[in-house]
Design a protein. Sequence first.
Length: 266
Amino acid sequence: MQKNLKHLFLASLIVLNGCAGHRAANDAAPAAATAAPTTGASGPADNGVKADAAKPVPGALNVVYTTNFPDGSRLKDTPTEIMIVRSETTQKAAAGQTALAILTFAFGGGAGFSGFSKESLKGEKIEDVKDRNNIRNTVSTDFTAHLREQLNAEMDVKRSQYKAVYKHPVSVAGGSSRLIYESLTGEESKQFRMNTELEVYKKKEGAGMFSVNPFERVSCNRVSEKALPLDDWMKDDYVMVRQWMDETLQLCADKVIAALPKMLAR
């Protein structure tokens, strides 16, 4: 029995070592991992905030980037580029989890392990792009700054409606954007959809510690309608990826502006 366990252990180590070089970018660590409950005036936005919190000014609104979502989950890292999730990415992640399950079972820890979806994979860098600006993820930088300008411009136009002091900022959360394969096998394994996971939210001004729904939330999640061959997305140095991302962020800004009355309701 001990000899069999030893063989199981050695086999598992071999599999794990084969996957180790890829784990940092591709393994099944979910894009959003559960965070510990947070406290403070702005809820989840208090941790992982990109920009410094500004002192509230009457009739003005601060907009900050955060890796924290209002449901308590969070990103491990701030996205800086659009990534790609290939079918091989899932296969490597699955092999790593299987090897880990074998090790756990061999040492008496049970055979179960948590599953994952392709949407939960971080993906890997797109290496064959010439101009990396075409795959730059601007959610935490340009988009957050632009949204701040747009919201405050909207408030300036309607100054009589928005003249109060707003304690809680608007939080731009997440923003992971990836090209994700359509299917593990067949021709569809060569087709990809763009997928962006982005949410904008604000703690309600009148929300208290025991409020059931303390946040006003706007989902900007978007998946491209049609799966396309990777060659189509790659055409002209991934310009279609850049265009799709720009369109997604503009649609998000429009939704947030439309939701501004609810966000600022007292």
